[in-house]
Design a protein around this ligand. Structure first.
Ligand SMILES: Nc1ncnc2c1ncn2[C@@H]1O[C@H](COP(=O)(O)OP(=O)(O)OP(=O)(O)O)[C@@H](O)[C@H]1O
Length: 330
């Protein structure tokens, strides 16, 4: 368990958290285009999250909670106050936490300035820290808006602003009391990969995947879902036409993992994009293995598919489900 998780006093939530979801940067942004959201992927992820949270499971009228005007939009926001005041409740199981990556927001600013390597005495790093935070927090705002449009009571929370910090890139201070209180109050916290202060490097980038592991340790969710732009973990970069999807990976007590399905002779090859400052799929597998070791099943699958909807509902038992399950061997 990380130093930051050990430090915390009995942080258990009153109801167990059902699911922690990672909206991958590759899934919800156009990675090759600076600060560009993949609107369709984001919309479908939010709609699927609503379906997974819904008590009735039926399609119902959605009352949006984004009541602010967009810059440059002359139209007044739609506020259906009457319908809200007549509702007995939202009819949603909001016991979810959402964490998103940066994708084409933040990665460029961070890699151009070297924020991930530290050294705040450099004015370039200092400027890059500011630029990275502007970029990732603006994406956070858009994701909170998109969830609110689906009637999900989401609230944005930045790790840096919550005082989270690292030492040699490992979390040392990451108080989750505000997240837990927000869950108790019926909100869905929405966190993101962020630029943070680091005790030995001055600063670094804290990846969304590392945040998920920390929250899984503290909140013991029933399951964790990583939504990305590919169907799961392959035996080699999925751009290779011979790449094979790994359906099941088991993690043993000492953290080492083995591929259970399909039976393969070779290990896994991973490629990481040059601008990616947080380790790409490699970090994801390591963090997912650490979560599985806690006894929490992890599903990695493709955003905006029937497979992602099943994963968000915690039901991947269907024969045709496409994705990677990472679980403890015990
Ligand atoms: N062996 C592999 N299996 C699966 N994907 C791989 C593999 N090797 C490289 N990749 C690449 O990893 C990418 C997904 O990792 P990435 O970290 O970009 O995802 P993300 O979580 O959606 O984004 P972010 O980390 O920005 O939040 C895919 O686009 C894929 O091309």
């Amino acid at each position: 368990m990380s130093e930051a998780a050990q430090k915390q006093m009995n942080p258990t939530a009153s109801r167990p958290v059902r699911c922690i979801v990672k909206l991958g940067g590759a899934a919800i942004t156009n990675k090759g285009e600076l600060e560009s959201i993949d609107e369709e992927s984001l919309r479908s992820s939010c709609a699927q999250l609503r379906q997974a949270m819904s008590h009735s499971g039926a399609a119902e009228k959605v009352l949006g909670m984004d009541w602010s005007r967009r810059i440059g939009d002359p139209a007044e926001p739609v506020v259906d106050a009457e319908s809200f005041s007549e509702m007995g409740g939202l009819g949603l199981d909001t016991n979810f936490v959402v964490v998103h990556g940066a994708g084409s927001f933040g990665h460029f600013q961070a890699s151009r300035s070297g924020v991930h390597k530290g050294g705040l005495h450099s004015t370039l790093v200092k400027a890059g820290f500011v630029a990275t935070r502007i970029s990732v927090t603006s994406l956070n705002q858009e994701i909170v808006r998109a969830l609110a449009k689906e009637g999900i009571p989401s609230v944005g929370m930045s790790p840096f602003a919550c005082g989270w910090s690292t030492k040699q890139r490992n979390l040392v201070s990451a108080n989750a009391s505000q997240i837990i209180q927000s869950l108790h109050a019926g909100f869905v916290p929405v966190l993101h990969g962020d630029a943070v202060l680091d005790e030995s490097l001055d600063c670094t980038i804290l990846s969304g995947d590392v945040i998920i592991r920390h929250l899984a340790q503290l909140l013991s969710p029933k399951y964790v879902v990583f939504l990305t732009d590919v169907h799961g973990v392959y035996d080699r970069p999925p751009t290779d036409p011979n790449a094979v999807l790994l359906k099941e990976i088991e993690v043993d007590d000492n953290g080492s993992w083995s591929i259970v399905k399909p039976a393969l002779q070779k290990g896994v090859e991973i490629s990481v994009a040059a601008h990616d400052t947080t380790g790409g799929m490699e970090t994801k597998i390591l963090e997912a293995a650490a979560i599985a070791r806690l006894g929490v099943d992890v599903y990695i699958t493709k955003v905006g598919t029937e497979h992602s909807l099943r994963a968000l509902k915690g039901d991947t038992s269907w024969e045709g489900w496409l994705g990677t399950v990472i679980r403890s061997s015990k």
